[in-house]
Write a protein that binds this ligand. Structure first.
Ligand code: ZN
Length: 256
C-alpha cells in the first residue's frame, strides 16, 4: 500500500477565538474539523496555526508535508513574509497547495498567482449551487452534477486571478452572481487548487460534498516528484563532445 498523503491544515485560528457564533460551530477551530475528516478519509492530516512559532510551518514540518491547506481571513497581514517565501519555494519544488475561501487574499495565494485576487462579496446567507464542470476530474470523484449549500456568503466575479488551467466548479448564487469556485494551476512542480466554500459563520466544513472535494484535491495535488529549483545548475558540461567554436560577433553583434 502506498504511504498516506501527508496534509498540513493551516488556519489563522482567529475568528473561532473571538466570535461566539464561530466558536460554537468550530470550538477547536476549522482546521481541527478539516483534519479530522481527512484522517477518516485515509489521509494523514495534522494542523498548524498562526500563533505557533514560525506559524507552525517550520522547515521540518514542510519536509513532512505533501499538501498544505490554507484558511485565512482576518490576519493575512500578520503572516511573516519569510514564511510566505518558504512555502512558495516548497510549492515550486512540488508541494501541493489548496487555498480555501477567504484565503484568496492571503499573501501566499497572491504570491503564487501574481494578481490582486480581488472579488465581490455579500453576506446575507443566500443559497449557492456549485456546478461540477469537470465530472471526470479526480477532484470531483463522488460528486454529482452540483453541490448545493443552503446558506453561504456570496463571492462574485470578476475574480482577479490568472485564467485557471482547469475550471472545476462555477458557482451560481441566489442573488444572481456567478463565481469561478474551483480552479487549478501549476506553479513550478507544484499543483494549486482554489476552492471557494468555507465562510466561518456557516457549517460549510461539516458538509460531506465540500469535504470530499477537499480530500480529492489533496490526492490530486500530492507531489509526483519533488525537486529543488532555487539555485539549480545553470552551466552544465555538454552531453556530447562539442568543439568550442571560435566565432567573433564583434561589438555590435554582427559577424565580422
Ligand atoms: Zn467569508
Amino acid at each position: 500500500m502506498p504511504a498516506a498523503i501527508r496534509v498540513t491544515v493551516w488556519n489563522e485560528f482567529c475568528h473561532e477565538k473571538q466570535n461566539d457564533a464561530v466558536k460554537k460551530l468550530y470550538p477547536d477551530g476549522m482546521h481541527a474539523v478539516i483534519a479530522a475528516f481527512l484522517n477518516k478519509a485515509g489521509l494523514e492530516a495534522t494542523t498548524a496555526t498562526l500563533d505557533e512559532p514560525e506559524h507552525g510551518l517550520t522547515e521540518e514540518v514542510l519536509d513532512k508535508t505533501d499538501v498544505l491547506i490554507w484558511w485565512g481571513h482576518a490576519a493575512h497581514g500578520d503572516v511573516q513574509d519569510e514564511i510566505v517565501s518558504r512555502v512558495q519555494q516548497r510549492v515550486l519544488e512540488g508541494m501541493g497547495l489548496i487555498v480555501l475561501h477567504s484565503g484568496h487574499f492571503s499573501k501566499i495565494f497572491k504570491r503564487m498567482l501574481g494578481t490582486n485576487c480581488s472579488l465581490k462579496w455579500r453576506e446575507i446567507a443566500e443559497k449557492e449551487r456549485l456546478w461540477n464542470l469537470a465530472p471526470s476530474h479526480p477532484i470531483t470523484e463522488g460528486i454529482g452534477e452540483y453541490i448545493e449549500l443552503p446558506n453561504t456568503e456570496m463571492y462574485g466575479e470578476r475574480f482577479d486571478i490568472p485564467t485557471p488551467e482547469e475550471l472545476i466548479f462555477v458557482s451560481w448564487f441566489e442573488g444572481g452572481e456567478v463565481f469561478r469556485s474551483g480552479c487549478t494551476w501549476q506553479r513550478g512542480n507544484g499543483r494549486l487548487f482554489y476552492f471557494r466554500p468555507g465562510h466561518e459563520t456557516y457549517p460549510i466544513f461539516y458538509n460531506d460534498d465540500v469535504m470530499t472535494v477537499i480530500a480529492n484535491a489533496c490526492r490530486w495535488a500530492a507531489p509526483r516528484r519533488r525537486r529543488k529549483t532555487a539555485g539549480a545548475i545553470k552551466c552544465p558540461d555538454p552531453l556530447e563532445e562539442v568543439e568550442p567554436k571560435d566565432v567573433d560577433f564583434g561589438k555590435a553583434g554582427i559577424q565580422q
